[in-house]
Design a protein around this ligand. Structure first.
Ligand SMILES: Cc1cc2nc3c(=O)[nH]c(=O)nc-3n(C[C@H](O)[C@H](O)[C@H](O)COP(=O)(O)OP(=O)(O)OC[C@H]3O[C@@H](n4cnc5c(N)ncnc54)[C@H](O)[C@@H]3O)c2cc1C
Length: 459
């Protein structure tokens, strides 16, 4: 006989875990259904031999010092009752936006970026300062914000196109579901979380966060079932009644909060693959384990946003991947080196899912090798002193992302149709996570919390 839950949460990624903790904390009978045998979703982890890897983690955004009030990171820790110290955060040293003939450095102290703009774009500094004030005063998280494009707003302030492109570059690649632009609320979220707050890394990478979430969830009595893929969301007369799993099990519930993604949720609700749109953007990433740390070949930046063209062409490439721009992350260059003897460099390129998908196995592997070689060339352009040997390499592609997360076409930032209030056309079915509109590690957890509060606790 099946048991009835107050809420079933689909997915044990950041948003699903956070949503379920909130619900269980307030006595709701809640169950997370996760199709894999691991937590983390888009930001999980794996092991190759003795080496431990995070799937994606470059950095956590939204760094603020302990005790800072009312900021996303401290708000979410308070809601989940996790102490700030438990994350053992290490701040970035510095990051660089590197364009042809120009660069901007930023750190977790916003004045460094302001100073860089004043020095390198002296005619724009007043415009920049007015734009920053406008951003600071904007309420980006209001659930009824309309969607309008950020570049239209930014151009009213910033009149130098190179500066505009440089400011947008990190924000697009770390969080835009739209090509070459983004929704203004999302832009403000990203601007605040990356430039006004900053980058950090938990001591044990993503495992530290996931372990804390799992411990908390266990403590508040929530249930989690791995290897439980939801294949159908059951509803009648416009109201939710339960879910069906791949093995035929039916579980009843009053509400479902889904972190699968908006198109993916609608596909198991309607049995078709309908609108909303699947986002165009996916990525490839290479990971190189090195016999030297970056500081040993004279390189100190934590993250570099690299672009070889005058404009930043943030869009799905017509080739397997586009190596004319990249994000390169050097995890050893957070302030507290992890003590590991190896160096690590991660390079992310924009990629074309459909082209990777059609490759035969042998050609697929050859192209992964080619991508790895290109990523070493990119590292050499970013860090001209690079002289390390590669001890181990790994590459993942959009098809890897699709296989492990279930996101259609390996999309990372989800659909361009975001549902800010999480509501769907079915009463009792809600969306949380990337397609609710808050993404990244901190954003996804905040999304789970706010959807659980709004639909699971207040309604
Ligand atoms: C390569 C890469 C690098 C990244 N780097 C960073 C970074 O450095 N910093 C940062 O802040 N963010 C980063 N992100 C983004 C961040 O990982 C995501 O925004 C965030 O983890 C999204 O969480 P989520 O809960 O919304 O969704 P997901 O993580 O996608 O969680 C959804 C979960 O649902 C499960 N699921 C799907 N379908 C079903 C089904 N039918 N039944 C049951 N379960 C199902 C999936 O297995 C998954 O566990 C990165 C992402 C990628 C892919």
């Amino acid at each position: 006989m099946s048991q009835k839950y107050d809420t079933i949460v689909i997915g044990a990624g950041m948003s699903g875990l956070a949503a379920a903790i909130r619900l269980a904390m307030f006595g709701k009978k809640v169950c997370i259904l996760e199709k894999h045998f691991l937590t983390g979703g888009l930001n999980s982890y794996y092991k190759r031999g003795k080496r431990k890897f995070d799937v994606g983690l470059h950095a956590m955004t939204n760094f603020v010092p302990r005790g800072t009030r009312g900021r996303p990171l401290t708000k979410l820790l308070k809601q989940l009752r996790i102490p700030w110290d438990a994350l053992e955060l290490s701040e970035q040293k510095s990051s660089l936006i590197q364009f042809p003939g120009q660069s901007l450095m930023f750190t977790n102290n916003f004045e460094v970026l302001r100073e860089e703009v004043a020095t390198k774009f002296p005619l724009q500094i007043d415009n920049f300062n007015r734009f920053v004030t406008y951003i600071e005063e904007y309420n980006e998280v209001a659930l009824d914000n309309k969607t309008f494009m950020a570049k239209d707003v930014a151009k009213k302030f910033i009149t130098d196109s190179q500066l505009l492109e440089m400011i947008f570059c990190p924000l697009l690649i770390y969080g835009s579901a739209w090509e070459n632009d983004m929704d203004f609320s999302q832009f403000v979220i990203m601007f605040k979380s990356i430039y006004l707050e900053g980058f950090c890394r938990p001591s044990g990478g993503v495992r530290t966060i996931l372990n804390l979430l799992l411990e908390k969830y266990e403590k508040v009595g929530g249930e989690l079932r791995f290897k439980s893929e939801v294949t159908k969301i059951i509803h009648s007369n416009g109201k939710i009644s339960g879910v069906e799993l791949k093995d035929g099990t039916i579980l009843e519930c009053d509400k479902v909060i889904s972190s699968m993604g908006n198109p993916e949720t609608m596909a198991v609700t309607t049995g078709e693959r309908p609108e909303p749109k699947v986002g165009p953007l996916s990525f490839c990433e290479s990971i190189a384990c090195l016999d030297k740390k970056p500081k040993d070949f004279g390189f100190d930046h934590t993250i570099v946003f690299y672009n070889e063209k005058d404009i930043y062409d943030y869009k799905k490439p017509n080739t397997l991947f586009d190596h004319s721009s990249a994000v390169a992350c050097f995890p050893n260059n957070f302030q507290h080196d992890d003590g590991d003897t190896e160096g690590v460099a991660r390079v992310t390129y924009m990629a074309n899912y459909a082209l990777w998908k059609e490759l035969e196995r042998k050609v697929y592997l050859e192209n992964k090798n080619d991508l790895f070689e290109k990523s070493i060339e990119t590292i050499k352009r970013i860090a001209p002193g690079f002289d390390a040997n590669v001890l181990f390499k790994d590459v993942f592609t959009p098809t890897t992302i699709e296989r492990y997360t279930g996101h259609f076409e390996g999309t990372v930032y989800g659909s361009t149709d975001k549902i800010r209030d999480g509501r769907t056309h079915i009463d009792g079915l809600y969306i949380c996570g990337t397609d609710q509109g808050f993404l990244g590690i901190v954003g996804a957890m905040l999304s789970g919390i706010s959807m659980a509060n709004l639909h699971g606790l207040m309604e």
